[in-house]
Design a protein around this ligand. Structure first.
Ligand SMILES: *Cc1c(COP(=O)(O)O)cnc(C)c1O
Length: 391
């Protein structure tokens, strides 16, 4: 066998032996919250489509109209001919929701983070980030060449200690966290971290991928810290249009000069083709619904809390609820048992989460019926004892 094939085979065998092999399953998503796999329709508790907007008639019709008018693909990057007029309304809507002067839309959330971070911060500078932050924040940090220091998850005191130890030795500093953590479902202490960044003359960025459309009346984590009213000043609010907005694309909301600078310098913005017009139109339509429909954006959290209440767990802080089982094999077994009962739930394993914390990750959507959640909780009560999970 040639060395390339042998290399791949050996790597794959090692992953299989550790129960860390992943498989791409053909999965059709159907309204309201179904996923079709292997000819079976499962109720999905695995999508990040928290408001069901990817299946909403208004959102789909907006996409169809845009295709009719402008075609399927963008044709070039935004700097060339891909900057469809639909970008203007999309970015204005984002800036309005986030309360910033301006917004900039990238090809995806991943592309946004690997474009924004190296534009603002470089080799002599410092990044202080939450240890659980998303893979693409780590990727952006590495690309920037800045010294990167991680603080214990959601630990403001540890973040302070890291800033104290390192800040003075670097010209610029960026503090980064997620508004809602994608694999844990908990929220960052955004207000405290924003203040800390200010105290140490550092810039502060949140990745609000799982917060938009779900917390802070749908406007995100800068509008959600309980206890104190009003907006928290987060100068760099990054996020994605691929989750609650039901479409695709990443964004940054910030002041006008910062957006202008990033639009001039971020390589992932202009060395990559612009988003298809249909995606721009559907994202804009979805954002307008997020902006206008308070009842809709309250639903995912209420659904998640119904689940945590039924399972005797701590009240959900977002639309994401993890159940940590530890061992990857147990997580796979539990996901398989739930699939037999008609539910799609994903076993999350390393390297997505730390060793020893493999888990089931449940996501809740406005599109779920309460009865679906009741039946999921019942199924888990039957399966749980076999794998030693709570509930
Ligand atoms: C999903 C996700 C991203 C990536 O966004 P895409 O638009 O899917 O590329 C970035 N950050 C976090 C926290 C995410 O969960």
């Amino acid at each position: 066998m040639d060395t390339l094939k042998r290399f791949a085979d050996e790597k794959l065998t090692a992953l299989t032996n550790r129960n860390l092999r992943r498989t791409l399953h053909p999965t059709g998503r159907l309204p309201p919250s179904l996923a079709e796999r292997g000819g079976r329709k499962l109720i999905s508790f695995a999508c990040n489509d928290y408001l069901g907007l990817s299946q909403h008639a208004r959102v789909k019709e907006a996409a169809v109209r845009a295709i009719g008018r402008y075609g399927a693909g963008a044709g070039a990057s935004r700097l060339v001919t891909g900057n469809n007029p639909l970008y203007q309304e999309l970015e204005a809507t984002l800036a309005r929701i986030k309360g910033t002067e301006a917004a900039l839309v990238f090809g995806s959330g991943y592309l946004a983070n690997i474009g924004i971070i190296p534009t603002l911060i470089g080799e002599p500078d410092l990044i202080v980030g939450d240890e659980s932050m998303h893979s693409c924040m780590h990727a952006g940090a590495r690309l920037s060449g800045a010294k990167t220091v991680l603080f214990d998850h959601n630990d403001v005191a540890d973040c302070r200690a890291r800033l104290k130890a390192h800040r003075a030795a670097h010209p610029k500093c960026l503090v980064m966290t997620e508004g809602v953590f994608s694999m844990d479902g908990d929220r960052a202490p955004v207000k405290a971290l924003a203040r800390l960044a200010e105290e140490f003359d550092a810039w502060f960025m949140t990745d609000d991928a799982h917060a938009l459309g779900v917390i802070g009346d749908g406007r995100g984590s800068a509008f959600a810290d309980e206890g104190e009213a009003g907006k928290i000043d987060v100068p760099l609010q990054m996020g994605t249009l691929s989750k609650a907005a039901g479409a695709y694309g990443g964004y940054l909301c910030a002041s006008a000069p910062v957006i202008d600078l990033i639009a001039n310098r971020a390589r992932s913005l202009f060395y990559s083709t612009a988003l298809p017009p249909a995606v721009l139109a559907s994202a804009t339509e979805a954002l307008k619904m997020i902006e206008d429909d308070r009842d809709l954006v309250a639903k995912p959290l209420a659904k998640a809390r119904l689940f945590t209440q039924r399972m005797g767990l701590e009240a959900a802080q977002s639309a994401i609820v993890p159940m940590i089982v530890g061992d990857p094999q147990k997580a796979l077994y539990a996901a398989g048992a739930l699939e037999d009962e008609g539910f799609l739930v994903i076993a999350i394993r390393p390297p997505t989460v730390p060793e020893g914390t493999s888990r089931l990750r449940f996501t809740f959507s406005a599109a779920h019926a309460d009865g679906d959640i009741e039946r999921l909780a019942e199924a888990l009560r039957r399966i749980g004892p076999r794998i030693g999970i709570r509930g």
